[in-house]
Design a protein around this ligand. Structure first.
Ligand SMILES: C[S@@+](CC[C@H](N)C(=O)[O-])C[C@H]1O[C@@H](n2cnc3c(N)ncnc32)[C@H](O)[C@@H]1O
Length: 439
């Protein structure tokens, strides 16, 4: 009886709330987390613990579920109980929580959230899990590495098998595949972009950051809440992966002959790149049209560019496949296409489990149309950057090849593919194209 009344600690209760919201409401963990932390009045170390528990348990479920299943005597498990077990396994196999604490808090948690019924099962499963270290469990539940290398890595590093295959194809061979999967499971550093003319990098360095090596506007924060940095709160700087900064700069820095005044961001929401582009446009006497199909995301773009002088940017809510402007209007165009996001798995713990191969097939059609529109929207001699936060070949090189194969007026100037395990950025792809002829 005394056991039953023991209060559940708030970080674990909060982490379970996040897993429930992700499973039941299809919530995004990174969006629901701040609300849940507020509800449970968690900050500092407790907030960090709840975040690690929830993110880790969701991200690593591709490994933890076979471990849990190997410890069950009956195949059926209530989803609510599995969530508690995932949190428990994460503490036992991937965190430094002592076994007795991980097990007893999980038993308390299932009692409080589901009832007394599954308490014995949770206790028994977690005791079994605690008897072997992580490498032994991987050997026990993952396919054999020699005969099925991708199958092995998929379980060992908790990625869907088809994602492992697609990432291997994008890398070209398997030499760096494991390093990439490991990088996908590590929390990304928080990077800020100082928007030129509005904030300078020194101001962000003074707020406790260090300069990034690839983007001249980037600063990595040592820790803390970025919204507490005054330049971020005022829209003069923004949270932005260094890879995204490099994509925006590929568009603004591509060599261009002739007029350089009219810029377009065809798929601008939520507006991180548009804010960097708009601040550069303001400095260079150019004007940016930031277009986004979804009105609520267009509102986010308007908020992202709020510190930019109004004459330098105009936000438009419209379908980029049916643009209102006449062909050849723009000098520079960025098409940061809707994509599978498989290059940004570090940021969204649940996204790898939501995506399906069929999503890529649907997106590829839209990506081709948007790239075609971008090339129609730019004047002869103008430049287009096509970018994705996915390295998947079908969404990157294949889209470019298909679209250029139908046109005879476009040259490729440059392309890059960034990687979390190499550059420490999201796996951003960008290709710079120029329409032949000078206006
Ligand atoms: C990868 S995101 C762009 C990210 C953005 N450039 C940034 O840096 O914040 C792709 C965006 O394209 C938008 N989108 C999808 N279909 C579109 C269309 N037909 N026309 C314009 N935007 C579209 C999505 O709503 C999404 O906001």
């Amino acid at each position: 009886m005394t056991e039953r009344r023991r209060p559940v600690d708030r970080p674990r209760r909060a982490a379970l709330d996040v897993l429930t919201a992700v499973r039941v409401d299809e919530a995004y963990a990174n969006l629901v987390l701040p609300q849940v932390l507020r509800k449970h009045r968690l900050d500092g170390r407790d907030a960090a613990l709840a975040t690690e528990l929830a993110s880790g348990a969701i991200r690593m479920q591709g490994l933890y579920d076979p471990v849990i299943d190997a410890c069950l005597t009956k195949p059926k498990l209530q989803p609510e109980v599995r969530d508690v077990l995932r949190l428990g396994v994460h503490q036992l196999l991937s965190m430094r929580v002592p076994d007795h604490a991980a097990i007893s808090t999980s038993v308390d948690l299932v009692r409080a959230s589901v009832g007394q019924g599954p308490a014995g099962l949770v206790n028994a499963v977690l005791r079994k899990v605690s008897r072997r270290p992580l490498p032994d469990w991987i050997d026990a539940v993952a396919p054999d590495r020699a005969t099925d290398p991708h199958g092995h890595l998929a379980v060992a590093h908790s990625h869907p098998r088809w994602v492992v295959d697609a990432l291997a194809e994008a890398l070209g061979d398997d030499a760096e595949l494991e390093a990439l999967l490991v990088a996908d499971n590590a929390a990304p550093r928080v990077t800020l972009a100082a928007r030129p003319g509005l904030a300078d990098v020194e101001e962000l360095v003074a707020a406790g950051g260090t300069r990034t090596s690839l983007s001249p506007y980037g600063v990595v924060l040592a820790g803390g809440d970025p919204s507490g940095v005054p330049a971020v709160a005022e829209g003069r700087a923004g949270v932005q992966d260094e890879g995204s900064q490099l994509v925006a700069l590929a568009m603004t820095d591509a060599p261009l002959d002739g007029r350089d005044e009219r810029w377009l961001d065809l798929c601008a929401g939520p507006g991180g790149k548009a804010a960097l582009l708009a601040s550069l446009a303001a400095q260079r006497g150019a004007h940016l049209v930031a277009n986004e199909r979804q009105p609520h995301r267009a509102d986010l773009v308007a908020s992202a560019v709020r510190a930019v002088p109004p004459g330098a940017v105009h936000v438009l809510a419209g379908d980029g496949t049916r643009p209102p402007w006449v062909p050849g209007t723009f000098d520079r165009v960025l098409v940061d296409a809707p994509c599978s996001g498989l290059g940004a798995l570090r940021r969204r713990p649940e996204s790898r489990w939501r995506r399906r191969p069929s999503d890529v097939e649907v997106l590829v059609g839209l990506q081709q149309v948007l790239l075609d529109v971008a090339l129609e929207s730019v004047r002869p001699g103008g430049v287009v950057v096509y970018a994705t936060c996915s390295p998947v070949v079908a969404e990157t090189a294949d889209v470019v090849r298909a679209v250029l194969g139908r046109r005879d007026d476009t040259d490729e100037l440059d392309r890059f593919q960034l990687w979390p395990h190499r550059e420490g950025t999201d796996a951003m792809f960008a290709v710079t194209l120029r329409r032949r002829g000078l206006a």
